[in-house]
Design a protein around this ligand. Structure first.
Ligand SMILES: Cc1cc2nc3c(=O)[nH]c(=O)nc-3n(C[C@H](O)[C@H](O)[C@H](O)COP(=O)(O)OP(=O)(O)OC[C@H]3O[C@@H](n4cnc5c(N)ncnc54)[C@H](O)[C@@H]3O)c2cc1C
Length: 392
């Protein structure tokens, strides 16, 4: 039976980083993935350019039932540390907006960088390899894999979340966590478009492709970013962000013209341009097609001077305080992340080691830590992978 110091299951962002760090320490590492290609999620991320970190990454950009868990890892390996690796490999990058760093050319640069680092650290990588069974004898993990049985001192679960099953996502990591006594925090799709089935769906469909800067609020949380109408509902950065805070049955409030008090603006217009058609006045604060549909939906038409105060208020509410109740989300098929996962109360924040099983580690998205949109999820993968790599 082959012997390794460390077996890491899942060669995504977190698994690769952990393998590099463990290998650098002289540990004999086997990094395995059941997919035919390594780092597929990195390759498709950021529209093919990988938003690999965020210069503002900090614990307050992460959701978890245990919000303290991510603090230690994020401070042990920061965005600056990852940027240094990117610069060492002469990968060109830029800040797109809001501290989000993207490759100038292609996400493949990040995969190539990680694979080169793995090679230098003498990590043994196997693709197309699955684990059929895991047991633990007195001190080692015994894995039955499609390449035979192996023994490992340390076992790292880095199998990610459930999003995009067609490129390899599985619930295997959760099953292993349960096998070794860990609780799971219920999972659901995050950073995902929201959908409707009621009359709002028709409204969204008619606006497919229209985008607007919006402030979107759910409960006490708000995001100010772009929003996009789609043939299923609403999407765009502000919606993806709020989707991680939204639960079935919740309403969300959308301000479609955050820089304008629509009531005051339209009331002024009644005096300054009394002959203007109402939809043209509204089109000065939101996109024209949206303005038309808002007026149509509320059955308000004619010259602005002739519009009643009540109707001006109705339109202003529809613009600045539009309340909608999504019926669901597009789910794991399109979600960027999975909320929930292995409960972090039983994971050491310093090392990412299980508190229940010696030498068992959970890193990256399989754990209940989910970042905001904008490079935060990769930073979590790098940081948690790095930390575990020091202790496996
Ligand atoms: C379309 C899309 C775009 C994204 N863009 C960004 C972005 O630009 N910036 C950002 O920060 N985040 C982005 N994310 C989120 C980010 O990709 C993830 O948070 C991150 O990849 C998680 O890293 P991980 O290593 O934990 O898991 P993953 O990268 O998902 O890796 C898990 C690996 O485990 C393997 N695996 C799963 N089950 C098994 C099994 N049973 N046996 C063996 N191997 C298994 C999988 O094949 C996979 O290679 C995006 C996600 C998606 C879906």
């Amino acid at each position: 039976m082959k012997q390794y110091d460390v077996v890491i299951v899942g060669a995504g962002a977190a698994g690769l980083m952990c393998a590099i760090e463990a290998g650098k320490r002289g540990r004999k590492v086997w990094l395995i993935d059941h997919s035919k290609k390594i780092g597929e999620k990195i390759r498709i991320s950021g529209g093919g350019r990988c938003n690999f970190t965020n210069i503002h990454a900090a614990p307050n950009a992460y959701l978890s039932q245990n919000p303290h868990l991510c603090k230690s890892a994020l401070s042990q390996y920061t965005q600056q540390d990852f940027i240094e690796m990117v610069e060492k490999h002469r990968i060109k990058y830029h800040e797109k907006k809001l501290g989000q760093l993207f490759c100038d050319v292609t996400a493949q640069d990040i995969i190539d960088m990680l694979l080169k680092e793995c090679e230098e650290a003498r990590v043994h990588i196997s693709k197309d390899t699955a684990v059929e069974d895991i047991t633990k004898d007195s001190e080692k993990y015994v894995l039955t894999t499609t390449q035979g049985m192996v023994k490992a001192e340390s076992l790292v679960i880095a199998t990610g979340g459930l999003s995009i099953p067609k490129i390899g996502a599985t619930k295997w990591g959760y099953t292993i966590a349960k096998q070794f006594g860990h609780d799971l925090v219920e999972t659901r799709a995050g950073l995902v478009p929201l959908t409707f089935t009621d009359e709002i769906l028709g409204f969204c469909k008619a606006l497919t492709g229209v985008s607007v800067d919006a402030v979107v609020t759910c409960g006490k949380t708000s995001f100010a970013e772009g929003m996009l109408f789609t043939h299923r509902g609403i999407s765009g950065p502000s919606i993806l962000q709020i989707s991680s805070y939204w639960k079935e049955g919740d309403s969300i409030t959308i301000n479609l013209a955050p820089h304008c008090d629509a009531k005051a603006y339209l009331t002024d217009k009644q005096k300054s341009q009394p002959k203007q058609e109402i939809h043209n006045s509204v089109a000065e604060i939101v996109p024209a097609r949206l303005a038309e549909l808002i007026c149509e939906q509320h059955n308000v038409k004619g010259r602005i001077a002739e519009i009643s105060r009540k109707n001006i208020e109705k339109l202003a509410t529809a613009i600045n305080n539009w309340q909608v109740k999504p019926n669901g989300s597009e789910g794991y098929r399109t979600a960027e992340v999975t909320l929930g996962g292995v409960n972090t109360n039983d994971i050491s924040s310093k090392t990412m080691e299980s508190k229940l099983q010696e030498n068992l580690f959970f890193i990256g998205e399989v754990a209940d830590v989910t970042g905001h949109l904008g490079g935060y999820n990769f930073q979590w993968a790098w940081s948690s992978g790095y930390v575990a790599g020091q202790y496996v």
